[in-house]
Ligand binder design. Sequence first.
Ligand SMILES: [Zn+2]
Length: 213
Amino acid sequence: MKKILDITFPLSANLTVWPNDPPVRMEAIREAGKGARSTISRLEMGSHSGTHLDAPSHFIEGGGTVDALDLDILIGECLAAEVEADAITAEVIDSLNIPDDVQRVIFKTRNSQRFTETGDFFRDYVGVTTSGARRLLEMGIKLVGTDYLSAAAYSDITQVHCALLDGGVVLLEMLNLKDIRPGRYELVCLPLKLAGADGSPCRAVLIEDAKKG
Ligand SMILES: [Zn+2]
């Protein structure tokens, strides 16, 4: 028996976004029953709204775009690891004893207890530091997910994004991991195929195989 766990935050007008990013807007431009036969809405949002993926071009000039992300990375075995520290440093990653075969890792941190998708933005969230990024690259990790608006620690935003994105690591941000137990899952996270975009909201799920426990 497989159980599908949704780790996506709903996209809504009240969603917390990165400071100075555009808010999410959804507006019906015609409505069934109100002089129209069908309802159609206009959507407006930043490319990094809600649960989303970063493409290399988010930080790297001329880097790959979200429509070119490798689907083989976006679907597959994943480790959910719990971090109790205030930052995801090389030392913290070493302490997790992540097995060699792991290529996708998502970090559940105290952000999951503190963050609500409509609450205030805070800078002292738990994120990957420069040393953590270096370690993830050395380990051959292909996808990194975290439970805040950015996978990179606030103090190391540019260095961490550049290092990981340049190293071919896909970043999966703003995951809803509150109810997720550490362990192995199958991950599926697919962005919209936005031609030439630097990122895209996605629907992310973890699939738990009951046989494996
Ligand atoms: Zn992003």
